[in-house]
Design a protein around this ligand. Structure first.
Ligand code: KG4
Ligand code: ZN
Length: 359
C-alpha cells in the first residue's frame, strides 16, 4: 500500500489568501480535505485594480485565520501534516513574502519540511489532482493574469510553447466591460451581453494569427473596441442595448478565435499529449470552452471545476505534494521570487497580465 501524504498549502501571490489541506492516499489523484479562500475584491474595488500594498497587508492579517480554518475543516492539527507548501512566486512580492514568511515560521516551529511552489505549476498540475492526467499533456492557462501554453512533462518539467506578449484574455474582458460601463469582473458580464449579440457586425482584429507559433496578443482588441464605441457615440450620441450586445459578441468571438487557432497549433506541436487541459477564470466562458473542445478533437479535453481553475491553495498543496513525492524539499533559505518563469529555457515574454504574474 502507498504511504499516505498530507500537505498544507498556502497561497498569497495576488488578491486571494488561501490555505488548503490535500492528501495523497491509495488512489492516484489527490483528496482535498479543505480548501479555504478569502478574496480581497472588496478591498480593491474602489481602485479599479489590485493595489499591491493593500493586498500584502490583507494577506498578512488573514493568513493565520485561513490556515486555522483549513486545519479545522480537515479535522487535523498542524502536527498531523507531513509538509508545508507555499507559493514562492511569481506574483506580487509583498503577498508572496507574507506567505513565505508564514510557511517558514510554521516549518521552523514544527520541524515539518518546507516546499516552495511555483504558482503557475500549481495551476498546471491541477488536472492531476482532479483527474490523474498522465504526462505529457498540454495545458492552456488562461485567466486575468496568465495566458500561456505549457507542455507539462513532470512535476518540475514544463515547456512553454507560447503565451501572450501583452494582456491576458481575462484582463481584456475586464477592460471591455469597463469601456462599455458593465460590471466587474468583465468576463461573466461580457459573456452575458454577448449571448444576444451579432458577432459579425464589428470586425475586430485577430492579432498574431498571421504569424507562426503560439504567441498571442490581446491589447490591440481593446483599442479596436474603444474606436468602435467612440464612433457609435459620435454618430448617435450613445450606445443602444443592441450596440453593446454586438460589441461584446464581436469582442468575445475575436478572443475565442485566437485561443482556438493557437490551441490547434499547440496541439499540433504536442502530438504525444495524453490530454488537453485548460485552467484559469476564462475557462468558465461557455463559447470559448466549446471552441477548445472542438479543437481538441480526439485528444481528451479536461477543465478542472472552476473553484480549482481560479487561484486557490489546494493546487499549491498538490504541487507541493508532487514535489515532496519526488524527493524535493526546501529549507529556510527559500526566497520569494516575484518573477519565476516555469520554463527557464523559453525566451522571456514581453509582458503577461496585470497581476504581476510575470513568467
Ligand atoms: O483565474 P482568475 O480567477 O484570476 C486570475 O486572473 O488569476 O481569473 C479571473 C479572470 C477575470 O479577468 C475574469 O474577467 C475572467 O477570469 N473570467 C471570464 C469569465 N469568468 C471569469 N472571462 C470570460 N468569460 C467568463 N465567463
Ligand atoms: Zn493564478
Amino acid at each position: 500500500m502507498t504511504q499516505s501524504l498530507t500537505v498544507l498549502g498556502i497561497e498569497s501571490s495576488c488578491d486571494d489568501t488561501g490555505a488548503a489541506v490535500v492528501r495523497l492516499g491509495d488512489r492516484p489523484e489527490g483528496r482535498i480535505l479543505s480548501n479555504v479562500v478569502a478574496g480581497q475584491t472588496r478591498l480593491h474595488a474602489a481602485f479599479g485594480g489590485v493595489v499591491p500594498e493593500i493586498a500584502a497587508r490583507a494577506h498578512a492579517e488573514t493568513l493565520d485565520h485561513v490556515i486555522e480554518e483549513a486545519l479545522r475543516r480537515a479535522q487535523l492539527r498542524l502536527l498531523d501534516i507531513d509538509a508545508i507548501a507555499v507559493t514562492a512566486g511569481p506574483g506580487l512580492i509583498g503577498g508572496v513574502l507574507s506567505g513565505v514568511m508564514m510557511a517558514k515560521g510554521l516549518s521552523a516551529a514544527t520541524g515539518k519540511p518546507l516546499i516552495g511552489v511555483n504558482h503557475l505549476a500549481g495551476h498546471a498540475l491541477t488536472p492531476r489532482l482532479t483527474d490523474d492526467l498522465r504526462f505529457p499533456y498540454l495545458m492552456l492557462l488562461v485567466s486575468g493574469g496568465h495566458c500561456q501554453f505549457l507542455r507539462v512533462e513532470g512535476p518540475d518539467a514544463f515547456k512553454r510553447l507560447g503565451g501572450t506578449i501583452d494582456d491576458a484574455p481575462g484582463e481584456a474582458f475586464d477592460k471591455c466591460a469597463k469601456l462599455l460601463g458593465l460590471a466587474q469582473p468583465g468576463g461573466p458580464t461580457v459573456e452575458a451581453e454577448a449571448t444576444a449579440g451579432d458577432a459579425r457586425r464589428f470586425a475586430f482584429p485577430r492579432p498574431l494569427l498571421d504569424r507562426p507559433g503560439c504567441d498571442m496578443s490581446f491589447s490591440g482588441l481593446k483599442t479596436a473596441l474603444m474606436r468602435a464605441r467612440d464612433a457609435l457615440v459620435a454618430e448617435q450620441g450613445g450606445l443602444t442595448r443592441r450596440d453593446r450586445a454586438d460589441l461584446c459578441a464581436g469582442f468575445q468571438a475575436a478572443i475565442a478565435d485566437v485561443l482556438a487557432e493557437k490551441s490547434r497549433r499547440a496541439l499540433a506541436d504536442t502530438p504525444d499529449a495524453t490530454a488537453f487541459a485548460v485552467a484559469g477564470g476564462v475557462a468558465a466562458n461557455a463559447s470559448i470552452r466549446t471552441r477548445l473542445t472542438q479543437v481538441a478533437g480526439d485528444v481528451p479535453f479536461t477543465a478542472p471545476p472552476l473553484s480549482l481553475c481560479t487561484d486557490n491553495a489546494a493546487m499549491i498543496a498538490w504541487a507541493g505534494l508532487e514535489r515532496l513525492r519526488a524527493g524535493h524539499t526546501d529549507d529556510l533559505t527559500l526566497s520569494a521570487r516575484p518573477r519565476w518563469p516555469l520554463d527557464s529555457h523559453a525566451a522571456p515574454l514581453i509582458g503577461s497580465g496585470k497581476r504581476g504574474a510575470k513568467a
